[in-house]
Unconditional design. Structure first.
Ligand code: ADP
Length: 480
């Protein structure tokens, strides 16, 4: 019998239960990929725990009530309930409490409530192995919302598990929890390598306490050790560099499969790529754009946030208005960026169309019908959209940062093996220059089809990354 070990994976969101962004994609697919991996020697009992938000709708017969327990808070005991369900063989725990039930959304606008909710969830997560009488060998937390489960479990376990913290977005460190730790009987970190302000924030505290710190791409792991990306923690990350590494995210190839995607007007694969054009025609008609198969269609599928460089896209499109192209921008977020996007669409009717909302179906259609996916991110811990774009034949043009650098091979570097285009500076001029070059290459059909084919063939499955996680877990388990 192979020896088994257990992993408790905790996150604030997980697809298909509830998803806001890339973290939901990761927490929804990585534990399943690890569970299904043929590892040879040891069996892995990995289970997921997420908050039981009211937005998670599960049929009653699929949810089992497992236990009630209490979380110490100030001088009170807060009642908590834990439920379980099974998703494609993966056991998922759902933790409920008054505070979790009180928020309809995943991330509340009321930051104080959000902070208390995730502190409670992190503490409940740390108590879960004892409540369920389940021996956990590794606790794997993600981002600030669940980071404190690491110091919590270390504070009250006689033999704590090994711990892993994944950082998906460093600037969000959980500053809204400031001044609340004492209420949950947790002391600030005493690690003198941390700046004073970081000793009581979830992400820095957990980075100090964890046995392993991960980022979601190797380049981002290096970047957080520099002043440009380190959010003032770069000297700290440098001091702990031996336990910092990056593993690139994957995408769920069942969800993102152009050959069997119900949301597309026309499915296609590499062998019958000519069917792709029907998706472009559908978009041109739907959004009243000039109908012309040969016009390059530029697309954006993104949160509208300064991080994503959306403002650079607006400027570049103006700078390159003399070139033939059309564009569809899908995204919402920063109201100022939404307003600017609408102004751009008004200024360029028939050429630029904007949809300021979250629309899953339209996102699939844009990847399938677009020619170039614009991702000029100022920083990008991993990024999934570029991988989806490549799989759907929509060639990414992105800034050479974080996971974009790790997943796209630029035309400039290797025209024969290229999967997209990369540029360096976070300026509209640099973006325009790169876009102009890409538009020129769009006119050279053979070169274009080769880039597209390379991208469609690239392997972004979770299997590769899951294996790296398993190797890491095994190393940690050996040192238990
Ligand atoms: P982040 O997690 O920083 O938002 P990623 O590129 O890692 O960025 O993941 C974004 C995910 O959300 C992708 O699956 C992308 O298709 C999706 N997405 C982003 N904006 C929208 C939108 N407006 N409508 C539909 N899907 C979107």
């Amino acid at each position: 019998m192979p020896e088994a070990y257990s992993v408790l994976f905790t996150a604030s969101e997980a697809d298909p239960f509830i998803k806001v962004g890339g973290l939901g994609d990761v927490a929804g697919s990585l534990p399943k990929a690890i569970l299904n991996l043929e590892t040879g020697t040891r069996a892995i009992d990995i289970r997921l725990v997420i908050p039981y938000y009211t937005g998670i709708k599960l049929p009653e017969n699929r949810v089992q009530h497992l236990a009630d327990f209490s979380v110490p808070y100030k001088r009170e005991m807060l009642p908590v309930q834990v439920f379980s369900t099974v998703l494609d063989g993966l056991t998922v725990y759902l933790v409920s409490s008054e505070w979790i039930k009180a928020s309809a959304k995943v991330y509340d606008l009321d930051l104080e409530h959000s902070a208390r909710k995730y502190l409670l969830f992190s503490k409940a997560t740390a108590m879960l192995p004892e409540v369920l009488d389940w021996k956990v060998d590794i606790l794997h937390a993600n981002d600030w919302h669940t980071a404190l489960s690491i110091p919590f479990i270390q504070a009250f376990s006689r033999k704590p598990p090994k711990t892993v913290l994944s950082i998906h977005n460093l600037p969000f460190m959980g500053s809204e929890t400031r001044g609340m730790l004492q209420d949950f009987h947790l002391h600030p970190s005493t690690d003198t390598r941390l700046p004073d302000w970081g000793r009581e924030l979830p992400l820095p505290m957990a980075s100090s306490a964890a046995d392993q710190v991960l980022t979601v791409s190797p380049t981002y792991a290096r970047e957080i050790m520099t002043p440009q990306f380190g959010c003032d923690l770069d000297p700290f990350f440098l001091s702990i560099q031996d336990k910092v590494a990056g593993i690139l995210n994957g995408i769920d190839l069942k969800v993102w499969n152009p050959a069997a995607d119900d949301l597309l007007p026309s499915v296609f694969d590499l062998q019958n790529r000519q069917q792709r054009i029907k998706n472009k025609q559908y978009l041109q008609e739907k959004f009243n754009l000039d109908r012309n198969d040969d016009l390059p269609l530029l697309v954006v599928v993104s949160r509208f946030d300064r991080q994503k460089g959306i403002d650079l896209v607006f400027e570049s499109l103006k700078q390159l208005s003399w070139k033939p192209w059309q564009a569809i921008l899908l995204g919402s977020g920063d109201p100022a960026l939404e307003t600017s996007s609408q102004a751009l669409a008004r200024a360029m009717p028939g050429r630029v169309h904007v949809e300021n909302r979250y629309d899953c179906a339209l996102s699939h259609q844009l990847y399938a019908g677009g020619d170039i996916l614009l991702m000029p991110s100022r920083y990008e811990p991993c990024g999934l959209a570029q991988m989806i774009g490549m799989r759907y034949g929509c060639i990414p043009l992105a800034r050479a940062t974080g996971g974009l650098k790790d997943s796209i091979l630029s035309y400039e570097v290797d025209p024969l093996a290229a999967t997209g285009f990369l540029f360096n500076d976070a300026t509209s001029e640099a973006l325009s220059l790169a876009l102009k070059d890409a538009l020129d290459i769009y006119g050279q059909k053979d070169a274009w089809l080769r880039i597209q084919e390379n991208g469609m063939k690239a392997d972004f499955s979770w299997d590769k990354s899951a294996l790296q996680y398993v190797n890491l877990y095994e190393r940690l388990v050996k040192s238990l």
